[in-house]
Design a protein around this ligand. Structure first.
Ligand SMILES: [Zn+2]
Ligand SMILES: [Zn+2]
Length: 413
């Protein structure tokens, strides 16, 4: 009879693999059963970078995820194991392995096969490719409300077909002329019996040290292709134009380096009406300056002078800001009204909770333009004139006094 702790240990060891990889491999990679080989590779490439332990120090769940992603990729990228998994699930695979099936790969080993290097980020000697910068125009509405903005960039990607080897059959030979060094030593005879050795680029392999007999038909042996890639940038409420959103390791790819960062610079797009009603608001034509918004409102002479009007401005998220004056309230041309708190939300870098220190927003400044009628109907003109005359006689309007200028000396008149 075995001692109990030993027995428990053994049974736990046997149960552990089932317990740990209970999650569906497709689900781990964010795919479903119809996924193509290419989809699987792409998912691995993205997720393994995201959850790499070097990028998530001290985060055990990210580490576990990295291991799971590698395991899922390992199984689904091999057609024989994928078939077994599709038919019999985790249990079928387990039996396959015990029967001497393919050994499980080290997740770091797998990572380095994809990206080169030692399977780690930031290791000495691990080269990083150049960063890339793109500009992304964003509508003011999206800066106000926040939005996941989808866009496409064209970048260099590792060729899916040959997995970055450049070879159609996966075979890469060491160059026979330079022995893989990429350089050759050539002897020049300077004088009889006197030689000079010169280091030269190997012309057979072009200095690469490797040769490919049958180049990949897709990338023609270049190992990389240029392709459009869809991306999503998160524009948070109140971000300003010029904000840089960094996508780590999303710049041009190459088998020779870890991709640099893609830096997306947010620009403010020209105002234009959106397609659906929610996007057709007055706010589209607000002007932004920092945390404040600006708007010009046009009033007729009667409104500016007599009052008794209202305007419903639809803001960038569709809520209504009501402007107005009671009867008898005058609005001077070019005067500016401050509507407190109706400007842009204030974005703090790294602050996800905007309610931290109370809701903070800039102001909306409304400038009034008063439009006088071009011409007046004859009868109306007569009435007005008579009315003005009546009040002028009664009150004695002094135009000179009304200008507010100092009274000129008599002899100047
Ligand atoms: Zn060579
Ligand atoms: Zn290729």
């Amino acid at each position: 009879m075995l001692p109990l702790p030993f027995f428990l240990g053994v049974s736990l060891l046997l149960l552990l693999p089932f317990a740990l990889c209970a999650e569906d491999y497709y689900k781990i990679l964010g795919l479903d059963k119809s996924a193509s080989e290419r989809d699987i590779k792409r998912a691995y490439r993205t997720l393994s970078k995201k959850y790499h332990p070097d990028k998530n120090p001290g985060n055990d769940s990210a580490h576990q995820k990295f291991v799971d992603i590698a395991e899922a990729y390992d199984v689904l990228s091999t057609s024989s194991t994928r078939k077994i998994y599709d038919k019999y699930g985790h249990e079928g695979l387990q039996q396959h392995k015990q029967g001497g099936g393919a050994p499980t790969h080290d997740p770091f080993d797998l990572f380095s096969r994809f990206f080169g290097g030692g399977g780690h980020y930031g290791h000495s000697g691990q080269r990083k490719g150049p960063d890339m910068e793109v500009r992304l125009p964003v509508a003011l509405r999206d800066f106000y409300n926040g939005k996941e903005v989808q866009f496409q960039i064209e970048k260099q990607q590792i060729c899916d077909t040959c997995e970055g080897s450049g070879s159609a059959d996966g075979k890469v030979d060491t160059c026979s002329q330079c022995g893989g060094h990429g350089i050759v030593l050539k002897k020049h005879m300077l004088a009889p019996g006197i030689f000079q050795q010169v280091q030269m680029h190997c012309d057979k392999c072009g200095g690469k040290g490797k040769s490919i007999r049958s180049p990949c038909p897709v990338c023609h042996g270049k190992r990389v292709v240029r392709k459009e890639v869809p991306l999503t940038a998160t524009v948070e409420r109140g971000m300003s134009k010029g904000t840089k959103v960094v996508f780590e390791n999303e710049a041009d790819e190459s088998p020779d380096w870890v991709a640099g960062d893609l830096v997306v610079v947010l620009l403010e797009d020209e105002p234009k009406m959106g397609e659906d009603d929610a996007e057709r608001t007055d706010g589209v034509f607000f002007r932004r300056k920092g945390k404040d918004l600006f708007w010009k409102e046009v009033l007729s002479l009667r409104e500016a002078w007599m009052g008794g009007w209202t305007r419903n401005l639809t803001h960038l998220d569709g809520h209504v800001v009501q402007l107005g004056r009671k009867r008898g309230e005058v609005v001077q041309p070019l005067s500016v009204e401050t509507v407190k708190g109706e400007g842009m939300p204030i974005w703090h870098e790294g602050h996800l909770h905007e309610h931290d220190e109370g809701e903070e927003s800039g102001n909306l400044y409304v400038e009034y333009t008063v439009v006088l009628p071009d011409q007046m109907e004859k009868g109306m003109e007569k009435d007005f004139f008579a009315l003005f005359e009546k009040w002028r006689k009664k009150n004695g309007v002094d135009l000179q006094k009304d200008t507010g200028r100092p009274v000129p000396a008599k002899d100047e008149l």
